[in-house]
Write a protein that binds this ligand. Structure first.
Ligand code: PFF
Length: 455
């Protein structure tokens, strides 16, 4: 009884399965779902791409997510501590701790530039509140966005605000910081998204968007698109960056890992599809192009908001939604490092502030890559990296090398190095289905992506 009470009140654990789901979905749902997914669907021709993406989530993403949550919960440490502890318990080399170090570093690098992009939402919220998009023309919208990117001062200010918000929550700890904030932000995010989808349904172009997203035209699918889909599956589920492992460590033993992970993956996918269903009808209704690329949200959409009745209201909702999504993801990126430092005896507050400060400093190089340093390509002497700024390199390094490698090593570890009896204890009856997938299918699929990405 006393032990139960202690566990129920343990501030370093999620209080419930719901809290874990919200935190994990908060990590998974981010710029990847609302900013990136719609524009890569737009660029890659729609339905067929969506189908491939769904397959990638099911066959590679989900099994690896289960593996990460399982490892985290088994050891109950930071990703670095977890890999060290499980490797030791399995009688494997200490070198496996390197996987923990790599995923922590991956999350840290992503955080440094993610916070800069997340910052873009803030001036958009302010402008939307003030009705500043009303009647805006396409060129004007483009110029506004370009103006933001050209201003290091503005970018730095917004980057600072996002990093500050992230550190603030992280410093509060698992139960009193993360859980308290995320369990409020995520339901709010769902409500905002549903309002926007509801509005999109009345736009008269909903059917067109449904066809665009769900009617597969395989002739529009390229090999490159398959790779984009696979890469995005890792990113959107926050894999190979320690987030799921760190969050898994705070999960109570009685929570069923596989069912919970399936819920998280379904919600993440659901949000990406709903974001598409909110955005494309509006884009189509105003005769705009779905394949605009990264500017879809920040250039195309404001033009549509500027023309619709109640546009300021919906634009505000939309950019607040994007901010919430990015904020809860940033929090999870900092967690791998904070939990590690915490384990090493550094207080949570110091770890969050210190980690956030260094990520903020590194983020300044991304701010400058968008303007003053846009001509600076440090690895430009290699053909592959020609014209790539520091920001491009961080993105390339994490998305094309570190994430696939981290996922591959995680799959090899649980599929080949850990005793199946041990993972079976954590996963129960689902283990029989999961094990062969993570042992054979996931690593082979990741190797294929890797090969083509690095070719
Ligand atoms: N899943 C987030 C998104 O889709 O925007 C990105 C992300 C979050 C990546 C947390 C890595 C991470 F650790």
């Amino acid at each position: 009884m006393a032990e139960n009470q202690q566990q129920a009140g343990n501030p370093a654990q999620w209080s419930s399965r719901f809290a874990f789901i919200m935190a994990a979905v908060g990590s998974a749902v981010g710029l990847g779902n609302i900013w990136k997914f719609p524009y890569i669907v737009g660029e890659n021709g729609g339905g067929a791409f969506v189908l491939v993406y769904l397959a990638c989530i099911a066959v590679i993403g989900l099994p690896i997510m289960i593996a990460e949550v399982m490892l985290g919960r088994r050891a109950g440490h930071s990703p670095i501590g977890t890999m060290a502890a499980v490797a030791r318990a399995e009688g494997r080399s200490r070198g496996w701790q390197g996987v923990g170090i790599m995923v922590t570093l991956t999350a840290f690098i992503i955080l440094s530039f993610y916070s800069v992009i997340a910052g873009w939402t803030l001036p958009y919220i302010l402008r939307a509140v003030g009705g500043g998009f009303s009647g805006i023309a396409a060129e004007e919208s483009g110029a506004l966005f370009d103006g933001l990117l050209a201003s290091p001062g503005q970018l730095l200010l917004w980057h600072t605000v996002v990093m500050g918000l992230t550190v603030l929550v992280s410093a509060g700890g698992v139960r009193h910081g993360l859980e308290r904030v995320i369990t409020k932000l995520m339901p709010a995010l769902f409500v905002l998204l549903l309002i926007l989808v509801g509005y999109a349904m009345t736009s008269g172009h909903f059917g067109e968007a449904v066809t665009f997203l769900f009617k597969p035209d395989f002739s529009a699918l390229t090999a490159e698109a398959v790779l984009v889909a696979l890469g995005h599956a890792f990113f959107t589920l926050s894999l190979a960056s320690g987030a799921m492992m760190a969050y898994g460590a705070y999960l109570k033993k009685e929570v069923p890992i596989v069912r919970t992970s399936i819920t998280v993956a379904l919600l993440d996918t659901g949000v990406a599809l709903l974001a598409g269903l909110a955005i494309f009808p509006i884009v189509f209704a105003y005769g705009l192009a779905p394949g605009e690329g990264p500017g879809l949200i920040f250039v195309t959409l404001p033009v549509a908001f500027g023309q619709m009745p109640g546009g300021s209201f919906f634009a505000t909702l939309f950019f607040v939604l994007l901010l919430f999504a990015a904020w809860t993801s940033s929090i999870s990126m900092l967690e791998s490092l904070v939990s590690y430092l915490n384990e090493k005896g550094v207080s949570r507050v110091k770890a969050a502030v210190g980690g956030g400060l260094v990520a903020w400093l590194v983020g300044i190089t991304t701010v400058l890559s968008l303007n003053d340093w846009s001509g600076f390509a440090p690895l430009g002497m290699f053909e592959r990296f020609e014209g790539k700024t520091l920001f491009d390199l961080y993105d390339y390094l994490t998305a094309n090398i570190m994430m696939p490698l981290g996922a591959l090593l995680t799959a090899i570890f649980v599929g080949w190095k850990m005793k199946p009896e041990h993972s079976a204890v954590e996963l129960g009856r689902w283990h029989r289905l999961w094990f062969p997938v993570v042992r054979y299918l996931s690593p082979i699929a990741v190797l294929i992506v890797f090969y083509f990405n690095l070719r």
